[in-house]
Design a protein around this ligand. Sequence first.
Ligand SMILES: Cc1ncc(COP(=O)(O)O)c(C=O)c1O
Length: 403
Amino acid sequence: MKLKDTGITAAELKAKASKYMIETYERFDFVAESAKGVYIYDEKGTPYLDFYAGIAVNSVGNCNEKVIEAVKTQAETVMQLFNYPYSVPQALLAEKVCTMIGMDKIFYQNSGTEANEAMIKMARKYGVEKYGPTRYNIVTAANSFHGRTFGAMSATGQPDNACQIGFGDMTPGFTYAPYNDLEAFKAACTKDTIAIMVEPVQGEGGVNPATQEFMTGLRKFCDENEMLLLLDEVQTGWCRTCKTMSFMNYGIKPDIVSMAKALGGGMPIGAICATEEVAKAFTAGSHGTTFGGHPVCCAAALAAVTEMEEKHLADNAAKIGAYFMEKLKTLPHVKEVRGQGLLVGVEFDGINAVDVKHKCFDKKLLITAIGDSVIRMVPPLVITEADCDKAVSVIGEAIEELS
Ligand SMILES: Cc1ncc(COP(=O)(O)O)c(C=O)c1O
């Protein structure tokens, strides 16, 4: 069977990919020929239940109609500008995002790692200009993940991980402290520390939510010591974790927050939002990007966040996430189910998470594994209880076959 509009088979396509692409990904072994809602389809029309959603990206569902419409319209109107003229979708999205999450200013980037670079650069420049040339250090969490460019890699507290090994020295200015350990974070700060940077839920680190005490403690400590609180909400943001942003669950506000993934509804966009005061650190020439704030991506993001708002997807994440987590707890070999909303991790006891992932794939359920003991599920936020029942039943079968 030929793939649609190509004249070649799935096997021929895979051979081309292996021959010409630099492969750093462990593939799901199928060609995703089309996608809609909570399903991805191969060339035979076989549906795969999508509980990884492009890794927390396709929150409004795969190939969302409103996002497609916005992309088409914008591409036909103004495709790309650089950032010198004013752009309609940029300004409208800026207002929408800042209003929805209660922050003052936005700066657009293209991805999560770039958003974190911008967040780190802004905090460092703020520190150096306000307090002097040595005040640029940032304390981040052990086991964190912030991205794959040098600043974000260096902020990532996983020195033994493949994402850091073999690349030479990391960028100076980062120290790590154990996650959810407020006293350790306080102890790691020095007179040269300008900020603390954490994820409200560690995603790649095994789905570990921050405690209330940790988050309010960090906010208070930063306020008392004229330090900034930086939150990486690349994975947690945009309705996945019960509120528009995860920080809203804790009743605190960051000085800068980074976002990406779900914001674009499937198109690549990243951003930081900052307070008016901290945002002043970025002045003409101090930071910039050719593609950041691309009109088509901003138009897609505006459509996506409007969908999230109108369809109450944060509430759906809270309701369906709670239902899903309760069901998962009933499965054998489950040591712990943890997460926030529809960012869900299951830790196994006596069974390998990677094997569970592979078995689920054989049964047409797409999930990811983190290490050998945890599976992570970040489905589209439009899923129903019935979709969860299906996923739980498949995971249950996989466990049974591996027991
Ligand atoms: C918390 C967090 N920060 C940053 C990143 C990097 O984002 P990107 O892959 O868009 O560069 C990720 C990606 O998984 C992430 O989960």
